[in-house]
Write a protein that binds this ligand. Sequence first.
Ligand SMILES: Nc1ncnc2c1ncn2[C@@H]1O[C@H](COP(=O)(O)OP(=O)(O)OP(=O)(O)O)[C@@H](O)[C@H]1O
Length: 590
Amino acid sequence: MTGRADGSQRAVIRAGWRQLAARARPYRRELLAVAGLSVLLAAPTAVSGRLIAHALDDGFLIRRPATGLFWLGVLAEVGLVSAVLGAALFRPLTRFVDPFRDRLIDEAVTAGLDRALDRDAPAPGGDTLQATEWVETIRQLLASVLRNLHMTVSVAVGALLGLAALEPVAAAIVAPCLLASLAANWALLRRAVERQRRNIDVEEALADEVAAVFRARRDVIACAAEDAVSRDLARDIGAARDAHVAAARIGVLRSLTTGLGAEASLLLLLALAPWLIATGRLSGGEIVGAAFYVALSLGPALSFLVLGGTGWFVGLLGLLGRLDEALPHVRAAAGPEPSAPPLGPRPALAADDLAFAYSASADPVLDGVSVRIPFGAHVAVVGPSGSGKSTLASLLCGLRAPDRGRVSVAGRDLADLPPALRHRTVSLIPQEAYVFAGTLRENLGYLVPGASNAVLLEAADAFGLRPVLDRLGGLDAALPPGGAGLSAGERQLVALARTYLAGAPIAVLDEAACHLDPAAERAAEAVFARRGGTLIVIAHRIGSAVRADRVLLVDGGRIAEGTHDELLRTSPRYRELAGHWKEHHAEAPA
Ligand SMILES: Nc1ncnc2c1ncn2[C@@H]1O[C@H](COP(=O)(O)OP(=O)(O)OP(=O)(O)O)[C@@H](O)[C@H]1O
């Protein structure tokens, strides 16, 4: 993992700490009760080894079974007290964990709903669902951490105190092994956390990818991209599998070091038992009591602390941190876009000193292109094949970014507009009409979901689609993928009507009517011209240029501008082009 990723991981954990501290503050009393009960819980563990030593030394080992049983009875009662204290923990825990969870869910769902109601936000749902899943995991982790982690710590502290009280040398033998094991695990912990984080990242990436593919399934089928999409998904699944294996490997290593720490301390204690007894430091019963502390309290506490508890705690902080990142993001998305005030009802389009090349080594397609298109203008873009007309169209729509210069709408840089606002303002209809598997209603109303029959039929009539509707069986007739069953011209009519219905004030038709006959093309342009917005037509017939208010001639990376008549007079290239068109298309200019 990179240093930057490390930094972001630390930032997430720090954000998690802040969240936990801030959210826990109102529950000080409950948390104090939990802490107080934890201290009390250390006492039964601390005396348990000594009670076993008494049972053996004062009872069973000197043939006084009644005394031995008495001490075992005391041990059982101490266990009972421990169980009661453990049960008493639930009340303050519930008073903290449940309201904590409820507040988080409240915030996540509110943010999700806000986002769902915001039409500029991306499709709602994913973040909200994920956030509520996170909140449930946070609740479980928080309850587990509070219930088990502090109990484990108190048991470990109690056992160490009990051991030291039996014989400080015994504690001095055991403690280094346990500390070495803790140190080894601490060294592995960072890598474990990194791998865990990577695991989460690749799983999220995979979930996003699958969701995106599911949303775009129609596009995938329409573009026959199933194989490419399957390959991409297989790659993501492979990455998720590798991340799981890497995380599991480090988990195994940590289990080994933990097990070795606990086993080694017990073995060392037993190996030194003869010496401890011979020097009078411990009796036989006390050796068993010390082993009891190690085997039944310290060993399990160490395993839990290292393998479960700290992981839970880090996971808890990580999730709280992620939520801290996600919730403000969701809220910000739901709020008004501070940098996106409306563009006004009559946005003008302008290009200033545009330059664009398809690669660093390629000649620029456009170089020093400036043009101003007032709102409501009808502009034709003409030029020889390969001169850069489509490139200019894609720059004017913001589909490509210029290498130099800027495109602005209503004085605002197109690149700075939020994508949703940009899409609502400028529409591009490409030559290849896009028709997806679905009904005609869905295809026509894709950009205006819920449009009424009357609105859809009016658009269909305007573009001469009524015969197609009659032939296929009406608005709810199903179209196969790619619009099979429709001619190329009919597909273009569907795409034109769809964009017309979307109502963007600036429409750019990039040879979008090239499969229509001249009359249908003229009619389609007239529909767009009548609606009152700006119309930019990349022309492939002279008629489009004649009908336009202004003509932009793209040639040699630059443009010449004028009316059809002006350009006929001033531009030999335009005259050549007009002559060529007249020769090849028998169209009478309208
Ligand atoms: N994606 C691309 N990568 C590299 N070069 C491209 C790309 N698209 C277009 N070009 C090149 O850029 C130049 C301008 O292409 P563009 O499609 O903008 O011209 P055009 O005037 O629209 O052509 P036509 O009238 O034939 O559609 C051409 O030389 C073309 O080969």
